[in-house]
Ligand binder design. Structure first.
Ligand SMILES: Cc1cc2nc3c(=O)[nH]c(=O)nc-3n(C[C@H](O)[C@H](O)[C@H](O)COP(=O)(O)O)c2cc1C
Length: 173
């Protein structure tokens, strides 16, 4: 990109934002929890970031108008399921139709929190803070423990596609 968009208008800023984050490859997790009735809730996310090692904390961002937001409140448990290269189907499923996400035997409850069986790593966390940001919220997670699965290449999301670093080479823009 050679254009200098300093002082861009709202439409240009939206284009700039989309073009930038489309090119920003991200690791993929599925965040799972339960609603107030104990029903499983889950969604695909690339906004997970490490916050601090001591105490062990991470953050993610959530869109408030989504089903996923029903699992978000201080004190609630959330599992962070890190997807490996072979789990692109799980990444798609948990960003697809809400009613279909937990149909099948790819998950089970672990102490009341749904977990995905094929995750490369699952972290068990508790929500300590939720910071309102208009239509979105920033969520802070305290990591309580975890389970490391079979070693896998990480799954990435880049330019609207899931894949490994090698598979995504053709999406470079
Ligand atoms: C690659 C990818 C990353 C996503 N990252 C986030 C995220 O970080 N936070 C979020 O709230 N939704 C994210 N979404 C959207 C959710 O997965 C989900 O589709 C959306 O929340 C609508 O879900 P709902 O049916 O639960 O309302 C992402 C979707 C995709 C495909």
């Amino acid at each position: 990109m050679s254009e200098n968009l300093n002082g861009a208008g709202p439409d240009e800023l939206l284009d700039l934002f989309r073009n930038t984050f489309r090119r920003h490859a991200g690791g993929v997790v599925v965040l799972t929890g339960a609603d107030e009735l104990g029903q499983p809730i889950g969604f695909t996310a690339t906004s997970l970031a490490s916050l601090s090692a001591v105490p062990a904390r991470a953050t993610f961002n959530v869109i408030k108008r989504t089903n996923g937001y029903r699992a978000i409140a201080r004190g609630r448990r959330v599992a962070v399921n890190f997807l490996g290269a072979e789990s692109a189907d799980l990444g798609r499923r948990f960003a697809g139709p809400f009613e279909e996400r937990f149909v099948g035997d790819h998950w089970s409850f672990d102490n009341g929190t749904p977990v995905l069986h094929d995750a490369a790593v699952t972290l068990f966390t508790e929500i300590t803070d939720v910071y309102d940001q208009g239509e979105n919220a920033i969520v802070v997670l305290e990591i309580l423990g975890g389970r490391v699965g079979e070693e896998q290449d990480p799954l990435l999301y880049h330019n609207r596609e899931f894949g490994t670093i090698r598979e995504l080479a053709h999406t470079l823009v």
